[in-house]
Ligand binder design. Sequence first.
Ligand code: PLP
Length: 400
Amino acid sequence: MDLIAARLDKVSPSQTIAISTRARQLKAEGRDIISLSAGEPDFDTPDHVKRAAIEAIEAGQTKYTDVGGTLALRKAIAARFKADSGLDYAPDEIIVSTGGKQVIYNAMVATLNPGDEAIIPSPCWVSYPDIVALADGTPVIVPCAENNGFKLTAADLEAAITPKTKWFFLNSPNNPTGAAYSAEELRPICDVLLRHPDVWIFTDDIYDKLVYDGFKPATIAQVEPRLRERTVTMNGCSKAYAMTGWRIGFAGAPKVLIKAMDKLQSQSTSNTSSISQAAAVAALAGPQDCIEVMVEAYQARRDLVVELLNAAEGLRCHKPEGAFYVYPSMRGCLGRTSAGGTKIVDDAAFVTALLDEQGVAAVHGSAFMFPGHFRVSYATDTESLREACRRITEFCAGMT
Ligand code: PLP
């Protein structure tokens, strides 16, 4: 009898984590590596948030909490949903989990039966297809054209829906492209969803505070209130408040689903850390100007990276609305040979040779179900970004 369950054959380890690990290994061996592969802010968690955590420890808030989060935190989340998107969620329509990742996992395991389909527009975050598969569902990947800003069209969504469709995922701003949907762009998508009353909607808005040039983010339950009763509106503290290690994700959703997710969480992890929850109250209810400082820096870095990458031979880089990623096409390099002798047969060969020859770590597009591209995270200091883009340019120029 095999030790490892067959269910694990359906998933692969996160490819973004694999690249970051390889970059760290090379660094430990003394190589000069610039990592553009991690999906986390380079900023520190704001001081007032850290202080709230220290005070929580000193006040003895170090015990189990309600499985789905403290009432204080769920109230703070409700207030933020209202202030940011005009959405009304009562505290019992909210769950707090160990990162947004666990919210997604809870929702899928609580609802998918074998054969149920989940529509995932691609490029997509690496974990959606694996989580769906782990929950016995079938991921249905719908590619979104670069010349449409990597955004889903209503016609493509309509064509992907079948009687087996249980979920439709939308991630705006998107990881890995940074593409974000305005309220006007969500309207035709909402119209399709209104015609299919059995489809549930999972909107992952975890990057919605990181938008540039005055872009106004929008979310489905806000644009079309009639969809609220079958929508999970997910968000978290990891990206906007530079709190990846604190493990706070949350969602607003109809009570029936929140109860099911709570039940599942009660038999897996119980509550996320009580200390992190106290810190999250400070993040969500406290001053929000810490986000503005980060957004200003990200916008300047995005502009720099887009400009420098567009000047590299064989690359084409779309300027996105949000998040901290760009997703250049490397198709112009296909079939060529790097200075170090690697034939660039695909995006994986491109990023592997780039890491080995120039010490720059990025993630290949096929990890995001959309080959021919690579993801660059610009959540790193400007000096390193300039040097990384110089090396990428040299790498492309050295190809024959
Ligand atoms: N959703 C997207 C699109 C992400 O990129 C990430 C993290 O990289 C998450 C969700 C999960 O974040 P966390 O579990 O840290 O809240």
